[in-house]
Design a protein around this ligand. Structure first.
Ligand code: DAH
Length: 347
């Protein structure tokens, strides 16, 4: 290429071609690809111009270089402006398509809630936790010793009939009461002891108010000078918190082999306030739990000196509390996972 005129014409053709081509390009990606092809140093129409330098006579080289640089700068500016314009348009389009109407009503997400049993258990744990009780996690598979013998219920004791037991072997069974945890706690810890132990228990029993698997929460306090008054005080506070202020307790004599004396604890009817209604069967009182002063023999068998220490214990049926509190008349409703029932209970 000896003639600068020829070059000028060539460059002007390239300019025209680029100008025409850009009119056809609709996306920033397309513009980018095109720019690459034009500016490519080996094959691009502009990019490769410098390679021609060798063929240019020395006296024209400076002028040639200037012209090539000119078109390079022009193309770079042209592409930049063009790409920017397309990018802006594309962004605007995207914003339009993703536009959110913040005034639209929100999509409501269905909120799950805890199972009534879990709600009651958490409430019990909170209430007794605030009185300084620690949680002890007992075991569901127990030995005959921990579930019965150590609780002063030796073999052939009639009290064993009170709890129809699922035996796994002559030695092992599914615990029938969380009371079995008491023995482990007293064996493993020295007084003062102040624990609650919620968990599942099992009995071969099945009707509207009984289920083969249900939950209890055991309470145990062992220290110097603990009396039935301490039990009454704690339980009064407990029923006020769980059933509402103004609720009180009444202790009735009862029998459990591991407590002496033993009591059945009634709560004043929180529905009719003691006047007598269907819930309390007209008596104004509802039985809620069993309790008592820990039998000295149980303390001694666990290595605790019963002349120095005394204890109180109680066992609460969690389903029973849930049924009373939420007006559920069949325990099965608590095990059937029917959301029409469970959805109603969110305390
Ligand atoms: N374990 C008894 C039951 O399942 C309930 C019970 C009664 C627990 C008296 C106690 C207690 O800790 O002192 O029927």
């Amino acid at each position: 290429m000896a003639d600068l005129n020829e070059l000028t014409e060539k460059l002007s053709n390239i300019r025209q071609e680029i100008t025409e081509e850009l009119k056809k390009i609709e996306s920033s990606q397309g513009a980018f690809e095109y720019k690459k092809s034009i500016m490519d140093s080996k094959t691009g129409k502009i990019g490769s111009l410098m390679r021609e330098m060798g063929k240019i006579p020395n006296e024209l080289k400076a002028e040639y270089g200037k012209k090539v640089n000119e078109i390079k700068n022009w193309a770079a500016e042209e592409f930049e402006g063009f790409e920017k314009k397309l990018k802006e348009a594309e962004l605007k389009k995207r914003y339009e398509s993703e536009k959110i109407d913040v005034t639209m009503p929100a999509k409501m997400q269905k909120k799950g809630n805890l199972h009534p049993n879990t709600q009651v258990r958490n409430q019990l744990v909170d209430i007794f936790g605030s009185m300084g009780f620690n949680i002890y996690e007992g075991r569901e598979i127990e030995t005959d010793y921990y579930n019965f013998t150590a609780l002063n219920i030796p073999k052939d004791h009639p009290a064993r009939d009170m709890q129809d037991t699922f035996y796994l072997s002559p030695e092992f069974l599914l615990r029938t009461q969380t009371s079995s945890g008491q023995v482990h706690v007293m064996e493993e810890n020295k007084p003062p002891i102040k624990i609650i132990s919620p968990g599942k228990v099992f009995r071969s029993d099945d009707d509207a108010t009984h289920s083969p698997m249900f939950s209890q929460m055991e309470g145990l306090v062992v220290d110097k000078g603990i009396t039935l008054c301490d039990l009454k005080g704690m339980l009064d506070l407990f029923v006020q918190k769980i059933f509402g202020e103004g609720t009180s307790t009444r202790l009735r004599p009862s029998y459990f082999p591991f407590t002496e004396p033993s009591v059945e604890v009634d709560v004043s009817c929180f529905q009719c306030k003691g006047k007598g209604c269907k819930l309390c069967k007209g008596t104004g009182w509802i039985e809620v739990l069993g309790a008592g002063v820990v039998n000295k023999k149980v303390l001694e068998d666990c290595g605790i000196d019963s002349d120095v220490y005394s204890g109180i214990a109680f066992g609460i049926g969690i389903e029973r509390i849930a049924m009373l509190k939420y007006g559920i008349n069949n325990i099965k409703l608590l095990f059937e996972s029917d959301l029409r029932v469970l959805d109603q209970i969110d305390d």
